[in-house]
Design a protein around this ligand. Structure first.
Ligand SMILES: [Fe+2]
Length: 395
């Protein structure tokens, strides 16, 4: 095919971004080397990260602050964390230049304080390899959710193909622009995100970091960089994010993570709060990965813990590139299809607990959760509804 060499690079970049401008309140793409994107790792805060193109002065403002000058470093990402999100209150975020012209402006919709009113979020996974496919899925997703009160988008891991290649991360961010500048990403670490990662510190070093360097640069926060697990505690439910990359973690970190999880489950049990857990490696899947060491470890050691707690109601995984939903002993398991990753080509097997499977589909799932119900709708690469469920919870 003849190459379109005559199209200026800047025009290609503009064409890539332009379709989303109408949905954002303001996004001046010319001001940024890396466009602003949102990250969420605790219930109270939203973090805004970007890289400026020029060294012009920037000022941020949120619901309660005056204009405050942003300290940026040349050719480095800047993270702003002064954005506090409370139930019942929309969150307004803006960045302006020194003439007070907004270059980025967003209002994030409020989530309800009443636990009986639904909290909404999205689950995707394995954005991984094909950035054009990821971008196409991102546009479909945006079309579906742009007017909904989606609080965050969980990315179940394998965010990039090779976590040690910087270009993979910047391409991921470019492809994610339709949603990531409007809805915060809750990022989970997958095995591909660890590729090429080498630790400088001995395991027992007090400052040792057990998560991938470039994952931390683009999607980490200082407080969770060390281990990669955290929780978000809402009136409706608690979300626990785990780092399931056990082959990359020392035994003491895995044990530490399990003890932390037990405490989190106990706290939810005392509050009669439903718990949703998300991590990369699926314990129940019709993929051959069912026999992987992490899946086995989860089925032997972690799932019994989740079942005994009585509060865990939903588990969200990726890794298999195979959309599937299973039910075992009161816990629903949803494995996402890829959202940019390749189609699953491995032999399929029988999963005894399976309720639904779509082996050929790329997917995204929308959830509405109260303290007594979970509803889900899953859509494919043609934006067709392919699976759904609604369950009443008993705790
Ligand atoms: Fe994976």
């Amino acid at each position: 095919m003849k190459k379109l060499n005559w199209i200026p690079k800047s025009l290609i970049v503009f064409a890539f971004i332009f379709p989303f401008l109408s949905f954002s309140e303001t996004l001046n793409s010319g001001s940024f080397e890396v466009l602003p994107y949102l990250i969420k790792k605790n219930k109270d805060q939203v973090h805004l990260r970007f890289q400026q193109k020029n060294s012009q002065k920037l000022f941020f403002k949120n619901n309660s602050s005056n204009l405050i000058e942003v300290k940026t470093k040349k050719k480095e990402l800047t993270t702003l964390s002064p954005f506090y999100q409370k139930c019942g209150h929309p969150l307004k975020i803006s960045l302006s230049d020194d003439r007070e012209n907004p270059v980025y402006k967003r209002t994030l919709k409020a989530f309800p304080c009443d636990p009986e009113k639904a909290f909404s979020f999205v689950f995707i996974s394995d954005t991984q390899k094909h950035h054009e496919k990821h971008n196409k899925m991102a546009k479909l997703l945006l079309d579906r959710i742009k007017d909904r009160p989606i609080n965050f988008i969980i990315n179940g891991g394998d965010i990039v193909q090779d976590g040690s290649v910087e270009k993979n991360w910047t391409s991921f961010l470019s492809a994610s622009v339709p949603y990531s500048q409007m809805f915060p990403i809750v990022p989970i670490i997958g095995n591909h995100d660890y590729w090429g990662n080498v630790y400088d510190d001995p395991i027992d070093d007090a400052n040792a970091v057990f998560t991938p360097k470039l994952f931390n640069k683009y999607l980490g926060l200082e407080e969770d960089n060390e281990y990669g697990y955290y929780s978000l505690d809402y009136p409706q439910f608690k979300l626990i994010v785990l780092n399931s990359n056990f082959p990359k973690l020392p035994a003491k970190v895995i044990n530490q993570q399990m003890e932390w999880t037990k405490k989190e489950l106990q706290k939810s049990k005392e509050k009669k709060q439903p718990v949703i857990i998300s991590f990369h490696h699926a314990p129940f899947t019709s993929n051959i990965f069912y026999y992987g060491p992490v899946a086995i470890s989860f089925r032997n050691k972690w799932i019994p813990l989740f079942e005994e707690s009585g509060v865990v109601k939903l588990i969200l995984n990726g890794h298999s590139h195979l959309y599937e939903r299973s039910l075992k002993d009161g816990i629903m398991y949803v494995v996402a299809g890829p959202f940019g990753g390749s189609k699953n080509w491995l032999p399929k097997m029988n999963n005894h607990y399976r309720l639904a499977i779509h082996a050929e589909k790329d997917t995204f799932s929308l959830f509405k959760v109260t303290n007594t119900t979970i509803e889900m709708e899953t859509f494919d690469q043609t934006n067709q509804l392919i699976d759904s469920f609604s369950i009443d919870l008993e705790i």
